[in-house]
Design a protein around this ligand. Structure first.
Ligand SMILES: [Cu+2]
Length: 141
């Protein structure tokens, strides 16, 4: 076996060396985009944001009637508090509390009701799962 000697490559002497700043910036930019995309695309389309935050310790009541959602776009609760959510709808669907991954069927005439401890901080969508409608965002902080 004759080992072929690898040809000696000419050392790179093309000046002051390559500038490698730009690729790093591009990488960081795309990482940011990926993170943003992941956050935004949990399930269904989410656009309800920047609304008026309503902070109240009481139960959260939201209704979906004739395609209209009423009850507020952003509801705020304290981290660690007991949350009670009641969703009334004139359709048969399923209510999904993202993040906490709670599902509860809602039937015309029978509201979906959740009671849980808000022990995960963040903004979470509460959604009518089948129709893909965002009922409101739950902010736990
Ligand atoms: Cu969902």
């Amino acid at each position: 076996m004759a080992a072929t000697p690898s040809p000696r490559t000419v050392p790179d002497r093309s000046g002051r060396g390559p500038r490698t700043r730009r690729p790093l910036l591009t990488l960081m930019a795309s990482l940011t985009l990926v993170v943003l995309a992941l956050l935004a695309s949990a399930c269904g389309d989410s656009s309800g944001d920047g609304g008026s935050a309503e902070s109240d310790g009481g139960p959260i009541e939201v209704s979906f009637v004739d395609g209209q959602i009423s009850g507020g776009t952003l509801r705020q609760v304290d981290l660690g508090s007991e949350v009670n959510i009641t969703v009334t709808a004139d359709v048969d669907d399923e209510v999904h509390v993202h993040g906490y991954d709670l599902f509860e069927p809602v039937v015309d005439g029978t509201p979906a009701e959740f009671t849980f401890t808000a022990d995960i901080p963040g903004d979470f969508e509460v959604e009518l799962e089948d129709s893909g409608r965002l009922l409101f965002s739950l902010r736990v902080s």
